[in-house]
Write a protein that binds this ligand. Structure first.
Ligand code: ADP
Ligand code: ZN
Ligand code: ZN
Length: 757
């Protein structure tokens, strides 16, 4: 017989050990990759078998070993590739193996214990059931009242979504799985509203496969442009010979990247393979999901953050068994199990949402690359404004560079005008809207077309400050300025959510001259509203967290009830609304001024994306970029959509200042209720690292800090950062992981940090 080493599935940061358990004869098939139930610290918990090991020679040690209590599932959850990826992940991202393996299973704790008793009520044993193997799923059907309501033409119903969901159920005429409804954009909130009105009924149903899809008819007849055809040819060649090759598909917005994804996917299916497609956020990619479903129907499974644990388990099960062939999902879908993975696509690969900002701080692109290497499949990275590091790999020839430089359907890139807001002030225009933007918007809506206005801040006025002493009103738990929201007349902290009434007098000097600075979406909305015939809809975190979801707002906007959409970053992304011919960016420089080495990259990408929203249809588009810094090179390049020139300058800067891709970075953060402690711990790590440089001659290596984080206190915890730049980062990581710092509860490692502040 043998025993097994088990990683414990508990949400604890610092269990780095694996534990050894004895294996009863009935489980003699156990091996690496199985999920098991084991006793651990007077609890019964789930564990992952990491390896078989020989029974200890010493009988007294052997007798102390506890037994594996039960086995979950009828096959190992982890195959060799997933195990290897988990091992790599724990070493690369400096977390425990258990933390890495947890990422691969749906849900946090996935076992349910059920006591089995005999007829006298005596406990015989426990039975363990996988929660994810639940047999039924929540489903909805239209009620009699609902049918009548549809026939009467939805009297007094305002919600666009509710109407559509009802229409779907009316036409379908049977119970429809909640997953299918969610995949179409109708989430629990929509369905609950309909339930409350008695228009639908719900029940638990046994449904595994998609029972309904509202397909967009595929247009497979479009003939590809030369650029598209050549890209498809190269990708398909890699797919058919199982070659690991990474492609950077760089194409301006609307250049037909999705057409290429579709064809590469078709090729992979033809070869009997499965496809993983990662997207930044499902809510903003409904159009893309629809196109994939149009082509591939029920072979497509969708995994997004709104799925429940069971639904996610169901999706994972479909991929693992090969019932579904294409998985479209957000960041975490990179950990899905596959029967036969043959292609990975990452759309908008530069997007920040691919990086997890909590432990383990993985980047989905890096994980995808590792998986692609171990299963020998191609990886496509698609973007109009690639991550500088990705672009640099392509320049070096590490990645195959595919480019789409034109839009296939005749429409040209929009015409961009930069407006200098200093000139507006000189001309006594104190509005947040320049005269150019005002007149263009008025003309646009007069023609029956639509405009999108992007403002990178939310709230009515950004912050509140005393005119006499300059004190700004900050959150008492976090070291950031509170933001004023006009409705409710309170100030809110964007880090901890606490609200605070606006003081009548300055808390520092007692002056009554309290002033509001900056401009938020609500204030801009009010000014827009005052223009002739402008009907404004607002989309920011304040509006999306409460009443509508993103998609609902977009649907309302598309329906034409409103002709102007104003909002923060999210209005810049993804969607394709043909009637939008004007885009205005109110504070084009605001993203640029963050003290972060990637600020330019983010600003360029945001401005380009925003500009790309205009003129997606057959009508030409116009863009107005308002700035106080009209000479800024990045704004000028974004206006020309000249990514390559921008990237060249940026790469030069990165090289000069020794930033990625010319170095690897590691950010260490210490957290403590006491400022001295946070600082002292950070200082100790710095000393340790300085010794490391001396001992191992690890140069070039730079240690910066400790310095207080940009937001130096969050929820009453002080934060200090240390930033390490090194060419041989693997040595630095390995050394830290072998030191006392590995299990320091107040110390956090962020490998390849998305920002340094
Ligand atoms: P991207 O993903 O790069 O933003 P899409 O693939 O969505 O671009 O293409 C933009 C639009 O152009 C879509 O409506 C698409 O159907 C259309 N399109 C793409 N390729 C072609 C082509 N070769 N001929 C005609 N229309 C095309
Ligand atoms: Zn004051
Ligand atoms: Zn706060």
């Amino acid at each position: 017989m043998f025993c097994v080493d088990v990683a414990i599935n508990l949400p604890v940061k610092n269990i780095f050990k694996v534990y050894t358990y004895d294996v009863p004869a009935e489980f003699d098939y156990l091996d690496a990759g199985w999920r098991v139930v084991v006793p651990f610290a007077r609890q019964t918990v789930e564990g992952f078998v990491v390896r078989r090991s020989a029974l200890p020679q010493d009988l007294s040690i052997r007798e102390k070993l506890k037994n594996v209590e039960a086995v979950i599932g009828d096959r190992p959850w982890f195959d060799a590739e997933m195990l290897a990826t988990a091992q790599w992940l724990s070493a690369y991202y400096m977390c425990s193996l258990a933390e890495a393996m947890r990422l691969f299973v749906p849900g946090k704790c996935s076992i349910k214990r059920q006591a089995i008793r005999d007829d006298k009520g005596k406990l015989i044993r426990y039975d363990y059931e996988e929660r994810l193997k639940e047999k039924t799923i929540l489903a909805y059907s239209i009620s009699e009242k609902g049918r009548e309501f549809v026939r009467e033409g939805f009297p007094h119903m305002r919600g666009f979504k509710q109407k559509n969901a009802l229409k779907i159920l009316y036409e379908f005429g049977d119970y429809l799985a909640s997953t299918d409804l969610i995949a179409q954009g109708y989430d629990y909130a929509v369905m609950r509203a309909l339930l409350d009105k008695g228009l639908v009924v719900s029940a638990s149903k046994r449904i595994l496969r998609n029972s309904y899809d509202r397909f967009v008819a595929p247009d497979k007849s479009v003939s590809l442009t030369d650029e598209q055809a050549s890209a498809v040819e190269k990708i398909n060649a890699a797919i058919s010979c199982d070659k690991q090759e990474t492609f950077l598909l760089q194409g301006i917005t609307g250049s037909g990247k999705t057409e290429i994804y579709l064809r590469a996917t078709a090729k992979a299916l033809e070869e009997g393979k499965q496809v993983l497609m990662l997207v930044p956020e499902i809510a903003l990619t409904a159009q893309l999901v629809n196109r994939f479903q149009g082509w591939f129907g029920k072979l497509v499974a969708v995994a997004h953050s709104k799925l429940s644990q069971n639904e996610r388990g169901d999706v994972w099960y479909k991929m693992r068994t090969g019932n579904a062939r294409i998985l479209i999902g957000v960041r975490s879908a990179v950990f899905a199990p596959f029967e036969n993975l043959g292609l990975i696509i990452i759309d908008e690969e530069h997007e920040g949402s691919y990086k997890q900002e909590e432990r383990p701080n993985y980047h989905a692109r890096t994980v995808a690359e590792t998986r692609a290497k171990s299963v020998h499949c191609p990886l496509i990275l698609g973007s109009a404004t690639p991550d500088i590091t990705t672009y640099y790999q392509a320049l070096k020839g590490e990645y195959t560079h595919l480019r789409l430089t034109k839009r296939p359907i005749g429409n040209k890139l929009p015409n961009v005008e930069i407006v200098d807001m200093r000139e507006e002030l000189k001309a006594k225009n104190f509005s947040v809207l320049s005269r150019t933007l005002q007149s263009k918007l008025v003309q646009t809506v007069a023609k029956g077309e639509q405009g999108i206005i992007l403002l990178n801040r939310r709230g009515y006025s950004t912050f509140v400050m005393c005119r006499d002493c300059g004190e700004s009103i900050t959150c008492e738990h976090c070291a950031v300025a509170l933001v004023y929201h006009s409705y409710g007349e309170d100030m809110r902290c964007h880090y901890c959510g606490n609200t605070h009434p606006i003081p009548k007098i300055c808390p520092k000097c007692g002056s009554q001259r309290i002033k509001f600075f900056g401009t938020g979406t609500q204030k801009a909305e009010a000014e827009l509203q005052a223009l002739p015939d402008v009907r404004v809809l607002r989309m920011d975190q304040d509006s999306t967290s409460t009443k509508f979801a993103h998609e609902e707002i977009l649907d309302e906007f598309k329906s034409g009830k409103y002709n102007t959409l104003i909002g923060t970053q999210m209005v810049a992304k993804g969607h394709d609304i043909p009637n939008v011919t004007l885009v205005g960016v109110l504070a084009a420089d605001s993203v640029l001024n963050l003290p972060d080495y990637r600020a330019s990259e983010r600003a360029f990408s945001l401005l380009t994306q925003a500009a790309g929203r205009a003129g997606r249809g057959l009508k030409a588009g116009e863009v107005v970029l308002q700035t106080y810094d009209a000479d800024n090179e990045i704004i000028k390049l974004a206006a020309k959509q000249d990514y390559d020139t921008f990237a060249k300058t940026e790469i030069y800067n990165r090289k000069t200042f020794y930033y990625p891709p010319f170095t690897h970075m590691l950010k260490l953060t210490t957290l403590d209720k006491k400022q001295e402690n946070a600082q002292a711990l950070a200082q100790r790590v710095v000393l340790y690292l300085q010794n490391l440089i001396l001992e191992h001659k690890l140069e070039p290596m730079v240690i910066a800090g400790p310095f207080p984080a940009l937001v130096s206190k969050v929820r009453d915890l002080y934060r200090y950062n240390v930033l390490i730049k090194a060419t041989d980062m693997e040595k630095v990581k390995a050394s830290l992981m072998a030191s006392e710092f590995r299990s320091q509860p107040n110390l956090y490692f962020d490998v390849d940090p998305a920002s340094v502040i």
